[in-house]
Design a binder for this molecule. Sequence first.
Ligand code: KIV
Ligand code: ZN
Length: 513
Amino acid sequence: MADKLIIFDTTLRDGEQSPGASMTKDEKLRIARQLERLRVDVIEAGFAAASNGDFEAVKSIADHIKGSTVCSLARANDRDISRAAEALKGAASARIHTFIATSPLHMEKKLRMTPEQVYEQARLAVRFARNLCGDVEFSPEDGYRSDIDFLCRVLEAVIDEGATTINIPDTVGYAVPELYGNFIKTLRERIPNSDKAVWSVHCHNDLGMAVANSLAGVQIGGARQVECTINGLGERAGNCSLEEVVMAVRTRRDYFGLEVGIDTTQIVPASRLVSQITGFVVQPNKAVVGANAFAHASGIHQDGVLKARDTYEIMRAEDVGWTANKIVLGKLSGRNAFKQRLQELGIELESEAEINAAFAKFKELADRKSEIFDEDIIALVGDESVTNEHEHYRLLALSQHSETGERPHAKVVFAAGDREIHGESHGNGPVDASLKAIEAHVQSGAEMLLYSVNAITSGSTESQGEVTIRLQHGGRVVNGVGADPDIVVASAKAYLAALNKLHSKSERVAAQG
Ligand code: KIV
Ligand code: ZN
């Protein structure tokens, strides 16, 4: 039987470290549920010791997710490891992932520790973690730039202490495929107890080679776990992309000879959800999940595909979850049909009250938009004002006037707690005027880092516009997303959603310390 390749998703931990990609507890749980549907083997849910907010997010994922192992990152110290174990208590299957840097540069300049101290701390951390959890992963941070003799000593010691997975990070994306693959092969050959652990790859994409390096770690090095993120989300140029690795191994099974347990039809929904929540748009020519990944524009290609699909297609769009935009519901659809469609889309709303609120929003949308697609429903339930009726700021009404030669003007009515606020302002355009009308009263002082608009369903101006706004204030970066057929309204919703996140106080510290 073919070996299994373990898929370890770190969208919620390493992906979230990308500036601007931070997520709320509820958003993380929604993504974790989608990762469970995707059947990833391990979900790295966060870094429990980083803050109370991170702890609660890991805990909530551990309590709800039963189909995947749930993992928390922890620095190699007792406090971090205890917090991780505490957050993971409710998990059906739990893993603690502990790490310490082992490269000369990181040990000397960042940790200010001698190699002997690092060796000892790594050993004791794994020993401590194994007393709390049967599944312990160890990562030597910046492992690829570490001295190989020293690394062999550390890894042999942590395997002796009971580490069940050894992960070799290319923390700064410096590796090239052949060298990285051989690095792992050498470690496995030289470390006497290497067969007692599963070997794992963790590659960053600074030189655009994260996927190639990971696959070389698997093929040359014999690694049997890949750490990756949806859409390749992650700090700087991102991490190894889950969809690319999975589809490479599946499409080229003849070469890799490995099994993956992923339900590939859930890849595109996962990609859309992560993009919608983080506001990180997927480039159209991105492999597998980009809007053009299966579009054949040239006449020769179209002709070939019509005659025989495999002339130009190595994967089938439907196998990774692309479906044609289908009209699924309309104005006359009832609550039961709506509820059933939510179930078919794998969307779980917590209470009947939430379903009622979402259904009311759906009716409102159906009055204004004749055709409702799956994408509209997904955006609708992603709207925080639907899923969370306790939001502080809520849009109540908006009107705006713009005319050639006139300075646009907007009036916005919104709730702030139990107060109703009426704001108005001029602006460079109707969107600018609307946001200024809100800001004039809220006075958040936040700096806007991103404003982007996308059509939810492609190909027509009848689509809803989905707006993402990224704000920065007091060292925090938050995203707000809003959808509406009217992009001025969508913008106001997105702005209020971002202000709601700034309003809720959750502190974070950097995950790598
Ligand atoms: O890139 C890295 O080194 C990491 C470790 C914490 C695994 O993310
Ligand atoms: Zn990383």
